[in-house]
Design a protein around this ligand. Sequence first.
Ligand code: FES
Ligand SMILES: [Fe+2]
Length: 425
Amino acid sequence: MLSQEENELLTRTGADTPMGQLVRRYWLPALLSEELPEPDAAPMRVKLLGEPLVAFRRTDGRVGLVGEFCPHRGASLVLARNEENALRCIYHGWQIGCDGAVLDTPTEKPASNFKDRLHQTAYPTREAGGMVWTYMGPPETEPPFPQFPWNTVPAAHVYSVKVLQESNFVQGIEGGLDPIHVQFLHRQLDGSRLEQRNVALGGARDMPPDQFTLDTPYGFDSAAIRGHADPTRRYVRVTPFMMPWWTIVPYPVPEVGSGRGTHAHAWVPLDDEHCWVYYIHFDPYAPVDRGLIDSLFGWSSLLAPGFVKRANASNLYLQDREMMRTRNYSGIANAVLQDLAINETQGPVYDRRTEHLGTSDVAIITLRRRMLQAARSFMDGSDPMGLATDYAAVRGVALSMPTDIPWEQADAEFDRQVEARLAPA
Ligand code: FES
Ligand SMILES: [Fe+2]
């Protein structure tokens, strides 16, 4: 349960809010690279943290990201001509560069220096991991570009997808860090595929896990620990949360190198009532198999043009009561959709004053404590949490391990087991 004031601090990301100023201090995904396939093609609207922007691929292939409305009289630059590494407004021909400079005002006399006094909002961009990234904070505090594993592996090792979630971003993160819901929301009734997979991954019994969290400089690690058929072992899943909205789904040792990889998640606010959920499928050890991932996650049946959901709140997520009786617990066809549906039904901005958190909600409680701590210490003048992190070393791992090794050493044990698995026979 949070007070109204805490909930506002946690969930609001406008430029004039503490959390909004904090999240602007991190590099963040703005769009998928594939959304701008061609130089000099149509610009596209991009809303981020409540700000209306336009992205365009320049003549030289780089991506510009500028305020949507022309500094002259406010026409949308989504209609602009995209040429000469700049946007030219179709109303009166003013030309805007990707750094926000007004390069040409053909409606003024040639000798005029009017344009030199003007500036359009513009943010720097980088491309990595199949995404266009931007930094929306003050230029003087731009941090190093984050070396997340999916930003540094070869392109064939990453497959990034996104989908619109029609709710505040924080309830998405809460869902991503909740280890209990998997046994209910995502349960299969026809042979319990999930339980079979858990057993295959380490002999884990499908019961509520023991949960632990450990604060880290970037946020926290959350561990879910379950019993094992072999009493000298246990099944450990460690999920990191990295400020301001990243999680990495634990990578099970038996699946390393199988082509499905694992995935990272980000919930990036368009505004306070909508976020893009990025699924960044990646594998440090091998190329990922896009066809396999599409079939496992159902991306092509889930998505309509514009990365919105075909099944959505207006059609009750196409919940099917017959499916609910015979095939799965939720009656909703796809696990990605199950998560989106449930988070959206909590409301546009979930009101946390009326909830009742139980012992299973440890990770959710820790998430809020760390995010509120991050916002408050930032307001007090501290640097944003986690920016000095060696992101390449942060991992999500799932493995069975001897009970006498502390779960905090799961990363090292994971490395040992992966090395053994990948070693030539
Ligand atoms: S409104 Fe864009 S050039 Fe006039
Ligand atoms: Fe889920």
